[in-house]
Design a binder for this molecule. Structure first.
Ligand SMILES: Nc1ncnc2c1ncn2[C@@H]1O[C@H](COP(=O)(O)OP(=O)(O)OP(=O)(O)O)[C@@H](O)[C@H]1O
Length: 336
C-alpha cells in the first residue's frame, strides 16, 4: 500500500541544519495497523506527514496505492488527499462549528451536495458513538469525545488510509484505551490501513500489527510487534521497552549466585497459558526457578517470556529443550 524509497528530509533554519529523516525505506501493507515509535525529535511527525505530503521529502519517493505521490501535480495531490484521513493530537476542531459541521467540513471541500454530506456525517458519527452529540460544540465535549469527532471527520470521505499523529497523547489512560479500541474496530470493520505515531509502547502493543522504531532520522528496527517485543535488537527499542516495563535484561542482576543453566523461554498464543513448566519439572525431575517473567497481550495474542534456572540431571536438561520446543516454545540458552 505504501512504499517510502530512500526518503531524506533536511530542514534549514538560521544557523542550524537538521536531518529529520536520513534514508528511510519502508513498506506498509494494505489493511494493517502500523506504528511508528521513537523519542522526541526522532522524526516521527516528519515521517507521518510524508505519507500525505504535508511535508515534501528533500530526496526520495513516496508511493501510495501504486501511485508516486511525490510526482503529482498540486491538483492531483489535492484529490489524493481526499482519500487520506488524518487525526491530530489536539483534535484540531473548528471551535465555532457544531460537531455535525466539523464532520461535514472535509465533505464540503469536495463539493458534495449538503444532503449527502449530512447522510455521510451521521453514518460516521454513529460509528464513533456520537450521534446524540451532533448539535453540540466542541467545548461541550470531553477530550475523548472531541477525539471521536476528529476520527469521524477523518473517516467522512471514506479514506483507504488513516494517519494518526499522537492521537491519544492528550488523553488519560482510560480514554486512550477507548480511542485505541475504536481505531481497532475501524480497522477491522472497514479494512482501512492505519498508520500511527506514538511515544508509547503500550499504544503499539494494544493496536499495532507491525512497528518501526525511528531514532535520529534513521529507521533502526522494523518488524511484527510480537517479534519486536520478544526479541528487540536495537538498543533504542530495548530501552523504550524497558521504560514501558518490558525489561528483557532484568534477569542479569538476579543471576549471580544462582546455580544451574539459565534459559529464556518465549511463548506465543495458546502456549502462554499451558502448564508446561510444571509438567516438564514433574516428568523430567528438574528443579526450575523463575528469575524473571512477563506475560501480556499483543493485540489479541497472549505472549510471555520467562528466564529460568534449571538444575538436575544433564540429560534431562537436554530433554527439556526438546519438550518445550515441541510445544512451540522458543528456548534460548543465556548461560550454559
Ligand atoms: N519545520 C521545521 N524546521 C526546522 N526543523 C524542524 C522542523 N520540523 C522538525 N524539525 C526538526 O526535525 C527533527 C525531527 O522532528 P519531528 O517533529 O519529526 O520529531 P518527532 O519525533 O515527531 O518529535 P516529537 O515527538 O517531539 O513531536 C527535530 O530535530 C526537529 O527539531
Amino acid at each position: 500500500m505504501i512504499r517510502l524509497k530512500n526518503i531524506h528530509k533536511t530542514y534549514h533554519s538560521p544557523g542550524r541544519v537538521s536531518h529529520a529523516l536520513a534514508g528511510v525505506d519502508l513498506h506498509i501493507r494494505q489493511g494493517e495497523v502500523f506504528g511508528i515509535i521513537g523519542r522526541s525529535g526522532a522524526g516521527k511527525s516528519t515521517l507521518i506527514r510524508m505519507l500525505n505530503l504535508l511535508e515534501h521529502p528533500t530526496q526520495g519517493e513516496v508511493w501510495v496505492g501504486g501511485q508516486n505521490i511525490t510526482a503529482m501535480s498540486d491538483a492531483q495531490l489535492r484529490r489524493f488527499r481526499h482519500g487520506v484521513g488524518m487525526v491530530f493530537q489536539h483534535f484540531n476542531l473548528l471551535r465555532s462549528r457544531t460537531v455535525l459541521d466539523n464532520v461535514c467540513f472535509p465533505l464540503r471541500l469536495t463539493g458534495m451536495a449538503r444532503r449527502e454530506q449530512l447522510q455521510r456525517a451521521y453514518e460516521v458519527l454513529e460509528l464513533v458513538g456520537l450521534t446524540d452529540h451532533a448539535a453540540k460544540y466542541p467545548r461541550q465535549l470531553s477530550g475523548g469525545q472531541q477525539q471521536r469527532v476528529g476520527i469521524a471527520r477523518a473517516l467522512a470521505n471514506r479514506p483507504e488510509l488513516l494517519l494518526c499523529d499522537e492521537a491519544t497523547s492528550a488523553l488519560d489512560p482510560e480514554t486512550t484505551q477507548s480511542i485505541l479500541r475504536l481505531l481497532l474496530d475501524i480497522n477491522s470493520r472497514l479494512g482501512i490501513t492505519i498508520v500511527l505515531i506514538t511515544h508509547g509502547m503500550d499504544v503499539i502493543r494494544s493496536v499495532c500489527d507491525r512497528v518501526a522504531v525511528i531514532d535520529a532520522g534513521f529507521l533502526v528496527e522494523v518488524g511484527d510487534v510480537l517479534d519486536v517485543f520478544l526479541h528487540p535488537t536495537h538498543p533504542v527499542t530495548q530501552s523504550l521497552l524497558s521504560e514501558s516495563g518490558v525489561d528483557a535484561e532484568g534477569w542479569r542482576s538476579m543471576a549471580e549466585g544462582i546455580e544451574g543453566k539459565l534459559i529464556r523461554l518465549s511463548f506465543r498464543g495458546d502456549a502462554t497459558v499451558q502448564p508446561m513448566l510444571s509438567r516438564a519439572s514433574r516428568e523430567l525431575a528438574l528443579d526450575l526457578s523463575i528469575l524473571q517473567g512477563a506475560v501480556g497481550r499483543i493485540k489479541d495474542t497472549p505472549y510471555g517470556q520467562l528466564v529460568i534456572a534449571v538444575n538436575g540431571d544433564v540429560q534431562a536438561q537436554e530433554q527439556l529443550a526438546g519438550l518445550l520446543a515441541g510445544e512451540g516454545v522458543e528456548c534460548e540458552v543465556l548461560r550454559p
